[in-house]
Design a protein around this ligand. Structure first.
Ligand SMILES: Nc1ncnc2c1ncn2[C@@H]1O[C@H](COP(=O)(O)OP(=O)(O)OP(=O)(O)O)[C@@H](O)[C@H]1O
Ligand SMILES: [Mg+2]
Length: 287
């Protein structure tokens, strides 16, 4: 009896019919998403924020985590999944090719022109009036900000302006729930402003450790890798190897598993083994 692909989600099982090269492309595709409890909780909270009646002070959330802990992936998943997609706007503070100020970036995300027809910056007051109008008309309820630390790692005066913009956005008349993602320095800057930080519920993304949560994440990831045979990624030996070589950082864990899956295809082994993992650790792109 053949057990080819029985361990896979049915949508992944279909990919087994593709050529090796196409399966490798699928594995390296950054759209793979495995749900895990903290990400699901964050998404539920965002959805709940969107359902609240507009208030004079909207509840806000900050999600802190060091580089590669999975912040942007949660935002991308929110964009794909949120039941309130049209009620949220998204801003990534590291994507700023025109050198916009913080309020201009927000305007830009809403499609509000932040330069006058003559190409000069608009007065902040008139920009804010138009922002308020667009937010009300489109019934926008929240703003999701990636790389929030970029707005905090600036001279004190500018940082103060950015904090007061966040405060303004969460107050009437805007009443937006600010959902910020950033490194711990964003959390620390926010914590320094007691009045503002009271509005923020805080979550911390941490590295994986040897827990049931990690094992179930690995089992979920395995179901999405188009390999013919089951690897048992949640086995003690593999979990130990993954943790010792990546220290549990999300980005490194996923990269290592992906590259090893590519080795598994190229070698014809069609499953991830401790030997293949070790080979990948020595030469991640050598498959
Ligand atoms: N839930 C998930 N399921 C599958 N892969 C994931 C998940 N979360 C993160 N990853 C993987 O980890 C990589 C790094 O995650 P991400 O870019 O979200 O981290 P980050 O915290 O935003 O990092 P940085 O601070 O450098 O911007 C992603 O490219 C993706 O491959
Ligand atoms: Mg990111």
């Amino acid at each position: 009896m053949t057990t080819v692909g029985l361990h896979l989600l049915s949508s992944t099982r279909k990919l087994l019919a593709l050529s090796d090269e196409c399966r490798i492309k699928e594995i390296q595709n950054d759209k793979v998403w495995v749900d895990y409890p903290l990400a699901a909780k964050i998404s539920d909270i965002v959805n709940n924020f969107c359902e609240l009646p507009r208030r004079s002070q909207a509840p806000c959330m900050i999600v802190c985590g060091e580089g590669g802990t999975g912040k942007t992936s949660i935002i991308n998943q929110l964009k794909r999944e949120s039941r309130f997609k049209e009620k949220l706007i998204y801003v990534a503070l590291n994507v700023n090719p025109y050198g916009y100020k913080f309020n201009e970036l927000i305007a830009d995300a809403l499609g509000v022109p932040c330069k006058s027809t003559r190409g000069v910056g608009r007065k902040s007051d008139s920009l804010m009036v138009e922002l308020e109008e667009v937010i009300r008309l489109r019934n926008i309820r929240g703003i999701v900000i990636d790389e929030l630390h970029d707005a905090m790692l600036v001279p004190r005066l500018e940082q103060g302006k950015h904090l007061s913009l966040l405060k303004g956005l969460s107050n009437a008349p805007f009443g937006l729930s600010v959902v910020g993602f950033g490194t711990n320095s964003a959390g620390n800057a926010l914590a320094a402003d007691k009045q503002l930080s009271r509005r923020f519920i805080k979550f911390q993304l941490t590295d994986w450790s040897e827990t049931e949560g990690f094992r179930s994440f690995l089992a979920g990831l395995e179901e999405m890798l188009p390999l013919k045979y089951s690897s048992g990624l949640d086995r003690e030996e593999i979990v130990g190897l993954l943790l010792s070589s990546t220290l549990g950082r999300m980005d490194d864990v996923v990269k290592l598993i992906r590259s090893t899956a590519c080795y598994a295809i190229r070698t014809g082994e069609e499953k991830i083994t401790p030997e293949l993992l070790n080979k990948t650790i020595t030469s991640p792109w050598g498959y």
